[in-house]
Design a binder for this molecule. Structure first.
Ligand code: CDP
Length: 208
């Protein structure tokens, strides 16, 4: 029996990994899970219920009780949620509660994008990419999206991205890192079309 096709796509905020992942999933006819939404969902519940985001146990209990309906909330992409998400994502009980959910989703084949997919969630993925771009390029991309609906400065978006990069790479449990067997894709100077083409080329050469 051949193993199901699983593709792990990791990288920092606004690197292009979300768009690339959706397009890669469509190309191979696979389901796609944006795992950041799980952490954003926990963050939204934490904010709504007035729970202290630093309280690992209380936030872990919220993560354990999460359901799919939370992922459909319209506020998960708000500017403030990303930062709370990166705080709640640093707690081991939160990561433990969400790990099986992600693995179950990948059964039978899928594309998952996040921070620790190639290293922790799917270490045996068929192909892995680490998608990155310079922080100022990523901040400009994210600012263009957010400023359509929020009054937010470029400087604040850049500070937020840099703070999250530090927290996501520096935490002790499942830090964001480039898996040894992941191909690096730097999208700083690429259009999204070029990045998708290059991602598919790298994945094809891994699948051999
Ligand atoms: O879209 P963006 O890249 O800004 O963020 P996201 O992928 O939605 O993730 C939000 C936050 O969730 C990140 O800053 C991480 O702290 C956390 N996260 C994580 O720890 N592990 C994942 N697999 C995915 C997201």
């Amino acid at each position: 029996m051949t193993a199901p096709l699983t593709i792990a796509i990791d990288g920092p905020a606004a690197s292009g990994k979300g768009t690339i992942s959706r397009r890669v999933a469509a190309h191979y006819g696979l389901r796609h899970l944006d795992t950041g939404l799980l952490y954003r969902g926990v963050a939204a519940l934490v904010r709504e219920r007035g729970v202290d985001a630093q309280d690992a146990e209380a936030v872990g209990a919220i993560a354990a009780g999460m359901n799919e309906a939370v992922l459909a909330r319209s506020d998960l992409r708000d500017g403030g949620i990303g930062n709370i998400a990166s705080v709640v994502a640093s707690h081991p009980p939160v990561r433990a509660a969400l790990l099986q959910w992600q693995r179950d989703f990948a059964q039978g084949g899928a594309v998952l994008d996040g921070r620790d997919i190639g290293t922790v969630v799917l270490p045996d993925a068929s192909a892995k990419l680490f998608v990155t771009a310079d922080a100022d390029v990523r901040a400009a991309r994210r600012w263009r999206e957010l400023s359509k609906t929020e009054d937010i400065s470029y400087r604040r978006v850049l500070d937020d991205i840099e703070e999250r990069d530090r927290r996501d790479s520096g935490r002790s449990t499942a830090p964001m890192s480039h898996a040894a067997d992941a191909d690096l894709l730097d999208t700083s100077e690429m259009t999204i079309e070029d990045a998708v083409t290059e991602a598919l080329r790298l994945i094809e050469s891994r699948l051999g």
